[in-house]
Design a protein. Structure first.
Length: 501
């Protein structure tokens, strides 16, 4: 959303004549600030771009200056390349609502378990969490509902993710990776059926509607007091997440005991969406750009390492696509595959202690050993100090919780995975995990304001994902200590592994 400083409005509105004042306000806003909503609206409605901009700025000027009530025609000399200026994500206003009337009825029906209700009011606001906005339109929808057997209205809140095609690289990327397909089918065909296998525990947000390739509607955890924690996570939050993961992995095992292997049941869902070797696939460039950025980091910050060590580290990153498959030597389960501080939410008691935790965002789910999930989470969400001091105790904690959850399902942990099996699996998954942690460090630790700038700009998004992000990453490393510290640590972990193995 653009900001409109009062000083600019005041300076522009200095003329005596009302019409001159409005012209001055409008001209100043056009000259100094962009209006992506107008550009998107013009593009969708085949409307002249200048007319759309004039309408938006005129409305804004009237809003800020109520005395200016006279519509006018003015000519502002400016040029905008409409093709390159169209924002990648449309606002809720431009989309005329994230949900249709029928979709609202369905989610209320699924929430209240009745068809006897009336929707009195609906409000929608674009979701502010920048980490949620890679996929398209993300909004919070609030509904005021009255059940037929009650006079008191009920307020319901939902988290809505809708695929929002706007053309260009991002649409091509999400179509070909089929991330919305994966997540919607996982909810409909697996996640929504797990209640009987997790003993009433809740480990992810309830899903009220999932439409393939298009839409996911979840409970709004934020309205229930759940929040995200900035990484690195402390020991209490790490253990809470590991406990949640243990429940999820155990539920996967219990489900398979009843219905068969998930890779056989869901072969069209458990595909690799992101790390691919086909140069014609848009996701192929995603890995290449990350490797190039890591190479720039190595040249700038790690000249003290032998060139052969650096090259082996880069080779390990290049091998990622060949490693993200079910193991032939360890038990596989459905893994979230992207558990980090941005994909878990916590509820706390009055003293600030963790009371509950939920996982969100299943679009990268894979069929792999539990160790992959556990280690990737630890290496992308914790401090180096916690890994150095508490790694063994964290692994023991996870394994014991996993065993406990399996016992509740009448499954002996030893028939699934002994402690020796688990440790062997960790050794097997570690090199891939470290390569991924170095790759993901460019995303997970980037300052939120800088990430938002990338996401809302079609050009910056395409460059960051497809072309080159080396200079951007290096630039942020010079200005943000938090980012630099964790990117360097992730890269160091990878180099030290290569050096010692």
């Amino acid at each position: 959303m653009s900001h409109w400083p009062d000083t600019d409005i005041g300076q522009a509105a200095g003329a005596d004549d009302t019409e001159d004042k409005l012209k001055a306000v409008t001209r100043t806003l056009i000259e100094k600030y962009s209006c992506p909503g107008a550009v998107a609206s013009a593009h969708r409605n085949n409307q002249p771009l200048q007319s759309a901009l004039m309408m938006r700025y005129h409305q804004r000027a009237l809003l800020l200056n109520p005395v200016l009530t006279k519509p006018i025609n003015i000519s502002i000399p400016f040029h905008i390349d409409s093709a390159s200026s169209i924002p990648e994500r449309s606002t809720v206003r431009d989309n005329m609502g994230a949900l249709s009337g029928e979709e609202r009825k369905i989610i209320v029906q699924n929430s209240l378990k009745t068809t006897e209700f009336e929707i009195l009011n609906c409000s929608e606001a674009e979701f502010e969490d920048v980490a949620e906005c890679f996929s398209g339109l993300v909004v919070k929808t609030e509904l005021k509902v009255k059940k037929s057997d009650s006079e008191q209205p009920i307020h319901l809140s939902f988290f809505v993710k809708r695929y929002s095609p706007n053309g260009g690289f991002r649409e091509d990327l999400f179509k070909t990776t089929r991330l919305f397909y994966k997540e919607t089918h996982l909810y409909n065909r697996f996640l929504n059926k797990l209640d009987e296998f997790i003993g009433g525990s809740k480990i992810f947000a309830k899903c009220y509607l999932a439409k393939a390739d298009e839409l996911v509607v979840l409970e709004d955890l934020g309205s229930r007091g759940f929040t995200k924690q900035r990484p690195p996570l402390d020991l209490e939050h790490v253990e809470a997440v590991l406990g949640c993961m243990a429940k999820f992995h155990a539920a996967s095992v219990a489900y398979e005991e009843c219905h068969g292997r998930l890779d056989t049941l869901l072969p069209d869902v458990l595909f690799e969406p992101l790390f691919l070797t086909d140069p014609a696939h848009p996701a192929f460039h995603h890995l290449c750009v990350g490797i190039n950025a890591t190479e720039g980091i190595l040249e700038t910050y790690f000249s003290h390492y032998e060139a052969s060590i650096c090259e082996k580290a880069l080779a390990l990153m290049r091998s990622i696509p060949g490693k993200l498959h079910p193991s032939t030597s360890s038990r596989n389960v459905l893994v979230h595959s992207n558990v980090n501080a941005n994909s878990v939410m916590f509820a706390h008691d009055i003293d600030g202690r963790v009371e509950d935790v939920r996982m969100v965002d299943f679009k990268y789910a894979r069929y792999c050993p539990p160790a992959f999930d556990v280690m990737l989470f630890i290496y992308t969400s914790t401090s180096h100090a916690i890994r150095e001091i508490d790694m063994e105790s964290l692994l023991i904690y996870y394994y014991n919780r996993f065993a406990h959850e399996l016992t509740k399902a009448s499954i002996d942990i030893k028939s699934v995975m002994t402690w020796a099996d688990f440790k062997a699996s960790i050794s097997e998954e570690l090199p891939t995990v470290l390569a991924l942690a170095a790759f993901y460090s460019h995303f997970h630790w980037i300052p939120a304001d800088r990430l938002r700038t990338i996401l809302v700009s079609r050009r910056e998004y395409e460059a960051f994902i497809k072309e080159d992000r080396s200079q951007l990453v290096l630039k942020i490393m010079t200005t943000d200590d938090h980012f630099r510290k964790h990117v360097i640590q992730a890269t160091t972990d990878l180099l030290e592994y290569v050096k010692n193995n």
